[in-house]
Design a protein around this ligand. Structure first.
Ligand code: RP5
Ligand code: MG
Ligand code: MG
Length: 281
């Protein structure tokens, strides 16, 4: 796989911390890099132990050991990338160096599991599917949210809760971020759940693995399972009103194209979707 780039961004998100610079050729752990001195950083908000955060295993030696590369009670610590190494008591990022150790903004040591719903429909005009002027292919649109943390446009994905199955995560996160389900009355919610049953009944897995996320560190990283939910004839999603909620500040149907600038490695998931549907890119 191509080497991570956003996971080496100069300034760590929501901080003033500068990562130790890692040139492309020094990313693999197998390449010698004796000068390498990554900055140690874990956000205060994580050290305060919100429900989704692990203890600081390097300092709290009396806390029960975590089961890495396995299932730890309701927490899945298995990587989609295979077995990861434990070095000096902490997991090592399977994609290589990031210039920062500790957990940064991430709660879990090792893989932090997320799920991403890529909800698509065809862009339409009076004469049918809208064709792209340059490649002549039909244009797909996907539901995109603007993240509140960095104002970047992204797929409305989110973290898998302890004990949750990923198919439930994609549906819950889509509801929260793109439909503002958290602000709905119990009656509205009930109606929405019924509509979502139909919308999310047929999904296709398009990606499973590491995400090149700017929050990644040498010891904590994002992984996801991304699914495509496609509305071929505009019969499902047409009825649903988009409304940004939770950690999304905006939501819209966005035209798929290779030139979009999206959060993390989300563009790679969309490239796969465009290919599957033979859509414009
Ligand atoms: C990305 O971060 C994943 O692909 C997913 O979209 C997202 C999950 O984190 P939050 O949206 O909960 O911050 O790496
Ligand atoms: Mg969310
Ligand atoms: Mg999210």
């Amino acid at each position: 796989p191509k080497c991570h780039v956003k996971a080496r961004c100069e300034i760590y998100p929501r901080s003033q911390i500068k990562r130790f610079p890692v040139p492309d050729d020094k990313v693999p752990w197998t390449t010698n890099f004796p000068e390498y001195k990554p900055v140690d950083y874990t956000a205060d908000s994580i050290l305060k132990r919100p429900v989704y955060a692990d203890p600081d295993i390097r300092t709290e030696k009396d806390s029960p050991p975590l089961t890495f590369n396995g299932c730890d009670g309701k927490i899945n610590r298995v990587s989609h990338m295979g077995k990861y190494e434990i070095v000096d008591g902490v997991p090592r990022n399977p994609q290589g160096r990031t210039g920062l150790k500790g957990r940064g903004q991430l709660g879990r040591w090792g893989p932090n599991h997320a799920a991403d719903p890529v909800v698509t429909r065809w862009k339409m005009d009076e004469s049918g599917k809208t064709l792209n002027g340059s490649d002549g292919r039909p244009v797909l649109q996907f539901v995109s949210v603007q993240r509140r943390d960095n104002h970047q446009w992204a797929i409305p994905g989110g973290m898998v809760d302890a004990g949750e199955v990923v198919t439930a995560t994609v549906r819950r996160e889509f509801g929260e971020e793109a439909l503002n389900s958290m602000e709905m009355s119990p009656e509205e919610k009930k109606r929405l759940e019924k509509e979502l049953d139909q919308l999310f009944s047929t999904g296709r897995e398009i990606y499973r693995g590491y995400v090149d996320d700017p929050r990644n560190t040498d010891n904590a990283w994002m992984e996801t399972v991304a699914f495509n939910f496609h509305d071929e004839d505009n019969s499902c999603f047409g009825k649903i009103k988009l409304c940004a909620g939770d950690d999304a500040m905006n939501v819209q149907w966005m035209d798929l194209s290779g030139s979009l600038d999206l959060y993390a490695s989300h563009i790679d998931f969309l490239a796969e979707v465009a290919k599957n549907h033979n859509a414009s890119w």
